[in-house]
Design a protein. Structure first.
Length: 381
């Protein structure tokens, strides 16, 4: 299974193609749209989110709510394109001089992309933009629906925003609030502090990042493989999450703390019970050993750096005059950690779905389900 995306942030639309999806898998457009809606929410987002109302168009590969086995093509319109049609036009009519960026933003792809591709900053930032993550969420949501039919559940939590850590009695609380779209500053002390930190950042022309956790539940031991470097599940997950704009680090289970403890306080004792098979007394490994899922929940934490565009910009160098000036200010988010949480859940869904199809290659979803259930029965022996 593979996918590609295309599209600029202020271009006409985003497009995506998934190839290799088994036939006969139930696909709900509403569930894709629900995921897209969630990605647009959360405190700290900029003006763009009140322009867009993301909705997927399923263009091919689905009939009567079921995948056909053919490539699934998807589109998401950029409503903002209307305001950018002249700047972004494909032909000679394009107005290349308006909205030209000559003062690259530290932390964004502007300068390095311009040097590498010998083109304008606008051509770089349009594609580097996290607008592209809308399509990755749509694609991830399609395969997540298949995973869900197999009983696999993916959950995500915001652990911290701008250094303020969440206080969960039950991490699902946050998720439930996400489900209910109650994203704004809430009732707990930590949420209050997160909100205050956000206001502080806004007042100072600053931006914030944070820490996000993603968990995958109900997957069997044996996804991924130890035999080759590029088949290891932790490696694949790390690549996928670090490919999301502004993600700068990932850890599994105990993470960096593992390097500080004695081995007996890190490794998870093996247990066995008839009817349930092998399990672990703890899950410090975060569900992966030897590049393979070990049957415990996969738990990964990801750090997001603060948004690069600052309303009080840092110094940069003008590309023509070479003078030191302030970096350009494009309309921007101040914090996009809740949106990134939704993106990360969906890129993780993709990697898990790929690993499932590698273990149980199937052209039809019924075949996949049969193989999946037989393997689960074997593991329970
Ligand atoms: C959901 C989301 C929204 C983002 N919004 C903005 C934004 O409004 N302004 C900005 O400068 N960067 C934003 N970013 C981050 C940039 O896209 C990212 O920092 C840039 O592409 C450079 O890539 P890098 O941070 O991985 O090096 C956002 C990232 C995500 C995941
Ligand atoms: C459009 C989205 O995020 C954008 C990501 C982004 C960036 O530089 O990454 C910059 C901003 O773009 P604009 O200047 O058009 O407001 C964000 O709004 C989105 O998430 O759908």
């Amino acid at each position: 299974m593979r996918f590609l995306t295309a599209g600029e942030s202020h271009g006409q639309k985003l497009v995506g193609i998934i190839e290799g999806l088994p036939a006969g898998m139930k696909i709900s457009k509403d569930r894709v749209d629900e995921a897209l809606r969630k990605r647009q929410q959360g405190p700290g987002r900029g003006g763009r989110m009140s322009i867009e109302q993301d909705e997927v168009q399923l263009v091919s590969g689905v009939r009567g709510g079921l995948s056909t086995g053919a490539p699934v093509a998807l589109e998401i319109q950029n409503r903002d394109w209307e305001n950018w049609a002249e700047v972004m036009a494909f032909g000679d009519e394009a107005d290349l001089d308006s909205r030209k960026v000559m003062t690259p933003r530290p932390g964004h792809a502007d300068l390095t992309g311009t040097l590498k591709y010998r083109t304008e900053v606008r051509n770089i930032l349009e594609r580097a933009s996290a607008r592209e993550t809308a399509m990755r969420v749509a694609i991830g949501s399609i395969v997540r629906q298949g995973l869900s039919a197999l009983g696999v559940e993916i959950r995500g939590h915001v652990l911290a925003v701008g250094g303020v850590h969440a206080e969960y009695t039950d991490k699902r609380e946050y998720w439930q609030r996400v489900e209910q779209s109650e994203w704004s500053v809430g009732d707990s002390g930590a949420e209050q502090k997160m909100g205050e930190r956000l206001l502080e950042a806004r007042e100072k022309g600053e931006s914030l990042g944070g820490l996000i956790e993603v968990q995958v539940h109900n997957i069997p031991a044996g996804l991924g493989s130890h035999v080759q470097w590029d088949r290891k599940l932790d490696g694949k997950l790390a690549q996928a999450v670090l490919s999301v704009q502004a993600m700068k680090g990932v850890s599994f289970g105990l993470g960096f703390e593992a390097g500080e403890r004695m081995g007996s306080l890190v490794h998870d004792p093996i247990t066995y019970s008839k009817g349930q098979g092998f399990a672990r007394a703890s899950n410090h490994a975060g569900g992966i050993e030897g590049g393979m899922s070990n049957g415990e929940p996969i738990i990964l934490q990801v750090v997001m750096k603060p948004i690069p565009t600052l309303y009080q910009p840092l110094d940069t160098v003008h590309l023509e005059t070479k003078e030191v000036v302030k970096a350009s200010v494009e309309r921007s988010d101040i914090c996009a950690v809740p949106a990134a949480l939704v993106v990360l859940e969906h890129v993780v869904a993709w990697v898990i779905a790929e690993a499932v199809l590698e273990k149980f290659p199937a052209d039809s979803f019924t075949e996949l389900q049969t193989a999946w259930e037989a393997y689960q029965a074997y593991l329970a022996l």
